[in-house]
Design a protein around this ligand. Structure first.
Ligand SMILES: Cc1ncc(COP(=O)(O)O)c(C=O)c1O
Length: 395
């Protein structure tokens, strides 16, 4: 353990099982540790560094805004916030935006909005149906929304108003719907749960069910949004329009931001019913505008789709060579490789030793979410390292 890691153990709450690596610098799809060793970064801040590390459009937008206006409070109008909201509305099926600071906070906002809608239009209905193996964040209410015992059990009793049902099972949603239901909240593709892509007819069936019952469909696009899956939003690939979406992660290219977007009919907050001190501040919104504008102007979603297909093919090629690889799945640049045994940690360590950062999403699966601007030669380099790491596993 090095000096910094010893200090961390002494002073920091031990909430995260960290990888023994202290990062000091990043550029593009690469990061460097304190000894100057470089790594290809296929974790990208947990799917956050969408344009890679320290992309000039983000650095310039933030630097310029830092010299101009940093924080005002939401009592006043600020231009970066309005510009980013306009751009998001112009390029989505939603009509109104609220900015906050993180994914969990965006989901809290989405659920509060659904509860307000329930009070206005559904006789006070407040329950939200969510999925098992989902991940919606770490606040108490989002722990209740997250259908995983390991996140819930340490904090019981949990806030009421959430029913967790099987993912990819429309009958489970139908059975859970009742007079108290105001919304269904799902990830378009489950990220932390292991990159679980639903069947093509699942989300359309959920959409139809919500319409039939007059309840709202909230899609958590915190991990899948902003180009990650090869379209600006993952809902586009399932042929549906949600009533509310939550965004965060890649939106501001590494700065902390969250957003709730809603259709006009669902955007029922009135003045004073929701708020934030830092959310939507000029600096993060300037970064968000720069990132989204870059994605749109450079057709980044198209290259995510192409590079993602190439990457998935190369991963499948590796899967052919190693019989303990059971599946490669995902969309765009949100991909996972599943094994028939618990080797994700040791494969991760072998990759790390060879200069590649990957994510252990489950004991039996690795997740790959490189920056959206990753190049094919960088994918090839990652595949070569992963191939070496897999060859060390005893079959
Ligand atoms: C789908 C999804 N929702 C919500 C969150 C929570 O976001 P945050 O950690 O910014 O609160 C995450 C984080 O991984 C996520 O993947």
């Amino acid at each position: 353990m090095n000096h910094w890691q010893e200090l961390e153990h002494k002073y920091y709450m031990q909430t995260t099982e960290r990888i023994p690596l202290t990062l000091v610098r990043g550029q593009g799809a690469r990061v460097w540790d304190e000894h100057g060793r470089q790594y290809l970064d296929f974790v990208a801040g947990w799917g956050v560094d969408s344009l890679g590390h320290c992309h000039p459009v983000v650095v310039d937008a933030v630097s310029e805004q830092m010299r101009t206006l940093i924080q005002t409070s939401n009592q006043f109008y600020t231009i970066p916030q309005i510009r980013l909201a306009e751009l998001l509305v112009q390029h989505s099926c939603l009509d109104r935006v609220f900015f906050c600071n993180s994914g969990a906070e965006a989901n809290e906002g989405a659920v509060k909005l659904a509860r307000r809608y329930g009070k206005h239009h559904l006789n006070g209905a407040y329950e939200v149906i969510t999925a098992k193996v989902s991940f919606h964040g770490r606040t108490l209410a989002m722990v209740a929304a997250t259908g995983q015992n390991k996140y819930q059990e340490p904090y019981t009793p949990l806030p009421v108003g959430f029913i967790n049902v099987e993912y990819n099972d429309i009958e489970a949603i139908k059975a859970a719907t009742g007079g108290s239901t105001c919304a269904v909240m799902l990830e378009a593709i489950q990220g932390e749960g292991g990159v679980n892509v639903p069947d093509a007819d699942y989300l359309p069936a959920v959409r139809a069910w919500c319409d039939r019952n007059g309840i709202l469909l909230i899609l958590d696009e915190i991990q899948t949004g902003l180009g990650r899956t090869g379209t600006l939003f993952a809902y586009e690939q399932f042929g549906i329009e949600p009533d509310i979406i939550s965004l965060a992660k890649g939106l501001a290219g590494g700065l902390p931001i969250g957003a709730v977007l809603a259709k006009e009919r669902a955007a029922v907050f009135k003045a004073g019913e929701h708020g934030t001190t830092f959310g939507g501040n000029p600096v993060t919104c300037a970064a968000g505008y720069a990132v989204l504008n870059f994605i749109l102007e450079n057709d980044v979603t198209h290259s995510v789709m192409e590079t993602g297909k190439y990457f998935a093919e190369r991963l499948r090629d590796l899967g052919q060579k190693f019989n303990f690889v059971t599946e490669v799945r995902g969309r765009g640049l949100l991909l996972a490789m599943e094994f028939d045994r618990e080797i994700a940690r040791s494969v991760l360590t072998s990759c790390l030793e060879r200069g590649l950062l990957v994510n252990k999403v489950k004991p039996v699966a690795l997740r790959f979410m490189p920056p959206l601007i990753v190049r094919r030669d960088e994918v090839d380099e990652a595949i070569a390292i992963l191939g070496q790491a897999l060859s060390l596993v005893e079959s």
